[in-house]
Design a protein around this ligand. Structure first.
Ligand code: PGA
Length: 261
């Protein structure tokens, strides 16, 4: 795990944007795994800016989103389809047919999940997966207790995640109880995992994921087994880590040949 701590979320998002841009420039037909939530908004804004100002070309990119709520229409204001359209897809040039998000209205959840897994395989696997971290340690919507080898499937949200996400549901609409999410096994097959976590509300989950034991009780901790996991944290999210000085020393003293930012 590479732990990179920046003073602010904006600075960490800048680095994340540079990493994603580098991935696309090196491999224009990259397969990106995408996340929703408050955390990646700045990253998407920066990538859209790079598209408009620096010609960052997404025309050969394929994308797979981590998750979607079950039973909610793609046009619903809190759906992840709508979130991605508003925050990213409407601002860059990923062809519509290369965009994949689980269908929360599918009539056959197991068949849809199996087809989603197959589509990832058919695309050649995910090159770079962007991840947020739940305050309960979840990755995607793999809540604590999720199988460490799980595949795309239906999951039931914890009360904590439902309350964390209430802010996206206005007008008395309830947060759904179920989602379709890529599994932890699916996420772990991505060639690079880029996890972003900001704010003090994530500090416990970050510390448990980075310095605690690997356990299904903290899905983020599974990244300790990933060969290329980078964590981009702001100072608040990093505030409960104990090896902070070491992570900062490593980052400042990277050999020139290893610098990929
Ligand atoms: P957030 O959610 O970015 O809205 O904090 C992260 C997550 O639940 O994975």
């Amino acid at each position: 795990m590479e732990v990179i701590i920046l003073p602010t979320a904006a600075e960490a998002s800048e680095i994340a944007a540079r990493l994603v841009a580098r991935q696309i420039r090196e491999k224009p037909a990259s397969v990106l795994g995408l996340a929703t939530g408050g955390t990646p908004c700045k990253l998407y804004e920066l990538l859209a800016r790079m598209h408009h100002s620096n010609g960052l070309d997404f025309s050969r990119v394929t994308s797979f989103n981590l998750d979607e709520y079950v039973g909610i229409d793609p046009t619903h204001p809190a759906s992840y389809h709508r979130f991605m359209d508003e925050n990213f897809f409407s601002k860059v040039n990923i062809p519509r047919e290369k965009i994949h998000i689980p269908d929360g209205l599918t009539k056959d959840v197991p068949a849809h999940c199996a087809a989603y897994e197959q589509a990832i395989r058919d695309a050649g696997g995910i090159d770079l997966q962007i991840l947020g971290l739940g305050s309960d340690g979840h990755l995607g919507f793999n809540e604590p207790g999720s199988s460490l080898v799980s595949r795309t499937r239906i999951k039931t949200l914890t009360a904590r995640t439902r309350s964390d996400n209430e802010r996206f549901f206005t007008g008395g609409m309830e947060v759904p109880h179920h989602t379709i999410t890529m599994g932890l096994g699916t996420i772990m097959e991505s060639r690079i995992c880029l996890l972003l976590a900001f704010g003090e509300g994530k500090a416990r989950a970050v510390a448990a994921s980075v310095e605690g034991p690997v356990t299904a009780s903290v899905p983020g901790s599974l990244l300790q087994f990933h060969p290329r996991a980078k964590l981009l944290l702001d100072a608040e999210a990093a505030s409960l880590l104990t090896r902070t000085e070491y992570y900062q020393w490593v980052y400042k003293n990277k050999p020139a040949w290893q610098i990929d930012l």
